[in-house]
Design a protein around this ligand. Structure first.
Ligand code: ADP
Length: 582
């Protein structure tokens, strides 16, 4: 519990931490008052049995006073707890929001996007439930028995010692079980997260899976993840039930020992019946607290897990930003001796150097896995390079700052995301204030005007989720139109690999040429026409630039590019619209 309070305090600012301490102190005080009220029962019962009416009046008065004080403090404590819970919810969401906006773009993938969503909903609610619902009853469940034991040590030390031993035993059992149950819960969480990720992946990749004949039953990854989920949930149920059972057993054993000891002492004449009855009443109340503790600690563990995950996320370092951002001279992109690795050990790019002069078209080609996408991502500072430097307009990206970079760079990747809304909304995303003439011009250049003409409601047609009413080539034309509207001097483009029909092929090519007219375009080229039109071609192989030059130079060099070209021109799905293979 102390560790939870410590974790919560790292989420709060100075004021919040002081409030948390005050709230916890109120919770402790409530527990002490409750414990004292329980303990006052013993002398009250003794006075009743011995017909000591002065004693009865005094102890009944004390008990009443304690109960009233406890009730008042309990109300105040609950209010303070709720208040803090609301603030904590706001603060968690605000900190998460601020932080994820500063995380490197490269950090995001399908799993992580889902994870952030879960944290902002269930996670934040779990965290606020700690001061809101859990901490007060849990503090009472610990503090009040401890107070009773302390009071008993004063009033009737032998029973105090017996209860103390019992309490230590039950606390230890609870602790041990919470470790065991916690482990199986963690396993369950991992299995659940893994299962959800596989299902999302399965849904997103339906087309590819069906093309390759893999239906629901054929997808081993999803089935394995589900099997692991079932096994983990069974394990959690078994350890959970077993654990709770053992804990209840320990609590009942404590009760039995107290009863047996009381009877023994009464029979031996060293304890009077009145005290024994008082003690038994007390022990029953005691047991209730212990049972509460078992139930609450499971809820607290779940909340603690959410808290841990949020704190871990907040600890991920955002990309460093310059104190004073420098200004890029033009749109030239320059990589100098760039090396990069995702995991810190396997290099994905190794000593890559090239310059893409302003207003030029650079095509990147190379086998799958050679590092093409990584190179493009580094140019957009999805990650920082491991060594070397990436410059735009003569300024290192780390000195340019993310805001300036994002204003200066357009990214057109393969999975063009079109949000639910009209075609116009989607195109204007990049420049909401663009006037109609500019919009029409960009649409003409990207050949989006053809799409507008085809669609039933023209610009006002709603493009479905992820743009499903448009073909792959059309979606990319919309993205290029966005890039044309955006006043950015660099465009990073990953050409659609999907085979395009002749009309789309020509349209995309025109759009690309329009882009390159006054922007620096770096494109992962999948189409021969783009390669032949490029000012320079970089051939990547195993994270290094194997060859570079113009199409004609590279064909003449009879190296890797020439092999690549020949392979591609003969491969199905590649339409030869450029000059014939040499
Ligand atoms: P290409 O675009 O040429 O196919 P990539 O740049 O996508 O190549 O990938 C280069 C290498 O980096 C591959 O071995 C790939 O597995 C690895 N890689 C790509 N993205 C990641 C990532 N997010 N985390 C770890 N490794 C990655």
């Amino acid at each position: 519990m102390i560790s939870v309070v410590r974790m919560l305090s790292t989420l709060l600012d100075h004021d919040g931490r002081r409030r948390l301490l005050r709230v916890v102190a109120t919770f402790v005080a409530t527990g002490v008052l409750q414990g004292l009220a329980f303990a006052a029962l013993v002398p009250l019962l003794v006075a009743l049995f011995t017909q000591d009416w002065n004693g009865v009046t005094a102890w009944a008065g004390a008990l009443l006073g304690l109960l009233v004080a406890h009730h008042v403090l309990l109300t105040l404590a609950d209010l303070a707890g709720y208040d803090l819970a609301c603030d904590l919810l706001d603060r968690t969401l605000a900190r998460l929001g601020e932080h994820v906006a500063r995380l490197p773009l490269g950090w995001y993938d399908a799993d992580r996007t889902g994870m952030v969503g879960r944290m902002a909903s269930k996670g934040a609610a779990d965290i606020s439930s700690i001061p809101g619902h859990l901490l007060r009853p849990m503090t009472a469940a610990v503090v009040s028995p401890v107070t009773v034991v302390a009071a008993l040590l004063v009033l009737e030390w032998r029973l105090g010692v017996a209860l103390l031993a019992g309490v230590v035993l039950v606390f230890a059992a609870t602790r041990l079980l919470s470790v065991i149950i916690g482990r199986s819960e963690a396993g369950y969480d991992t299995a659940m997260a893994n299962g959800s990720a596989r299902v999302v992946e399965f849904a997103l990749n339906q087309q590819a899976l069906r093309v390759f004949g893999r239906t629901v039953h054929g997808n081993e990854l999803v089935e394995d993840a589900f099997a692991a989920q079932r096994a983990a949930s069974r394990r959690m149920l078994v350890t959970g039930f077993g654990g709770r059972g053992l804990q209840l057993l320990a609590v009942q054993a404590l009760l039995t020992v107290v009863v047996a000891l009381s009877v023994h002492l009464v029979l031996g004449g060293s304890l009077d019946t009145a005290t024994a009855v008082g003690l038994l009443v007390l022990s029953v109340r005691f047991v209730e607290s212990m049972v509460d503790l078992g139930e609450l600690s499971s809820a607290l563990r779940i909340a603690q897990g959410s808290l841990r995950r949020v704190l871990d996320l907040l600890e991920i370092a955002p990309l460093p930003e310059p104190a004073v951002p420098a200004t890029a001279r033009d749109g030239a992109v320059e990589m100098t001796d760039v090396s990069f690795s995702y995991d810190g050990s396997t290099p994905v790019l190794d000593g890559v150097s090239f310059t893409a002069p302003a207003r030029s078209l650079t095509a990147i080609v190379g086998p799958s896995g050679s590092g093409k996408s990584t190179l493009l991502r580094l140019a957009a500072r999805f990650h920082d390079v491991t060594s070397g430097s990436v410059r735009v307009g003569g300024v290192d990206l780390r000195d340019l700052g993310t805001e300036a970079l994002m204003a200066d760079v357009s990214i057109v990747f393969q999975d063009v995301y079109l949000f639910e809304g009209t075609l116009r909304d989607n195109v204007l995303l990049a420049a909401p204030d663009a006037d109609p003439a500019r919009l029409a011009e960009a649409a003409r250049l990207a050949r989006v005007d053809d799409i507008v003409a085809r669609l039933p409601h023209g610009w006002e047609t709603r493009v479905g989720e992820a743009g499903s009413t448009l073909s792959g080539g059309e979606r990319q034309r919309v993205a290029i139109c966005r890039a044309l509207l955006k006043d950015a001097s660099v465009v990073l483009l990953d050409e659609a690999t999907a085979a395009l029909d002749a009309e789309n092929e020509a349209a995309v090519q025109e759009a690309l040429t329009a882009l390159a007219a006054d922007r620096t375009v770096i494109v992962i080229a999948h189409r021969l026409q783009t390669v032949t039109a490029a000012d320079q071609i970089l051939v990547l192989d195993g994270g290094r630039i194997a060859e570079r030059g113009s199409h004609a130079d590279l064909l003449a060099a009879e190296g890797r590019y020439r092999d690549f070209w020949q392979q591609r021109t003969s491969a199905a799905g590649w339409q030869l619209v450029g000059e014939p293979a040499g």
